[in-house]
Design a binder for this molecule. Structure first.
Ligand code: GLP
Length: 241
């Protein structure tokens, strides 16, 4: 596992954008694994700017998002599908049919989980998977004690994650307590993984991920098993290393 420590969030986003640009330059029909949360936003802004400057094209790219809230339809403003539309997909030349997000409002969510796994297999797997990091060490919505071999499934969110993500919901608005998430085993099958973390609130989770034992208590520590994992953090997030 490679750990890259940079000065601040802007430098982390620059680095992340460089990795994505290299990936798409090497393989224009790359399959990209994408993440939501506030951390990747600066990276997505840079990718949009690079597209607008004709530095890269997503015309042949396919994307698979890590997770979605169970019960939220794609058009729900708090769905991760809507988040991705708003912050990336609407601004680039990607074929909308090639952007996959778990179907949170599927009539049969368990079947939707299995179908998602199959879709990833059908396109030959994910070339580059982007990850954020929960304060409790979660990746996607794989909360602590998730099996390290888990596959795409329904997961209950912890109280801490619900609190951490409450800022995206209006006061009194329904906030789901369940999600569909790629499993840790699913994530580890990506050919390359890049995790971004910024800010001092992430420092304990970064420490557990990089220096802690491989343990389901810190799901992100599973990256220690991956031959091509890069952890890109700013100095604040690296402060407990
Ligand atoms: C959510 C997402 C995760 C993300 C995490 C961190 O829980 N499901 O994929 O990594 O938020 O979010 P942030 O980047 O806003 O700290």
């Amino acid at each position: 596992m490679q750990v890259v420590i940079l000065a601040d969030g802007a430098a982390v986003a620059d680095y992340g954008a460089k990795v994505f640009k290299q990936q798409i330059a090497q393989k224009p029909n790359s399959v990209l694994g994408l993440a939501t949360g506030s951390t990747p936003l600066a990276l997505y802004k840079r990718l949009i700017a690079a597209y607008q400057a004709a530095e890269l094209s997503f015309a042949q790219v396919k994307t698979f998002n890590l997770d979605e809230y169970l019960g939220l339809a794609p058009e729900h403003p708090q769905s991760y599908r809507a988040f991705m539309q708003q912050h990336l997909f609407a601004h680039i030349d990607i074929n909308p049919e090639h952007t996959y997000v778990p179907l949170g409002a599927a009539a049969d969510p368990w079947q939707a989980c299995m179908d998602y796994e199959q879709l990833i297999l059908n396109v030959g797997g994910i070339d580059l998977q982007l990850l954020g990091l929960g304060r409790n060490g979660h990746i996607g919505f794989n909360e602590p004690t998730s099996s390290l071999q888990s596959r795409t499934r329904i997961k209950t969110l912890t109280a801490q994650t619900i609190t951490d993500n409450a800022r995206f919901f209006k006061a009194g608005e329904y906030q789901p307590h369940l999600s569909i998430t790629m499993g840790i085993g699913t994530i580890l099958e990506a050919k390359k993984i890049m995790l971004l973390a910024t800010g001092s609130a992430k420092a304990p989770a970064v420490q557990a991920l990089v220096e802690g034992p491989l343990s389901a208590v810190c799901p992100a520590s599973a990256l220690q098993l991956h031959p091509q994992a890069i952890v890109v953090v700013d100095e604040a997030a690296a402060s407990a290393l």
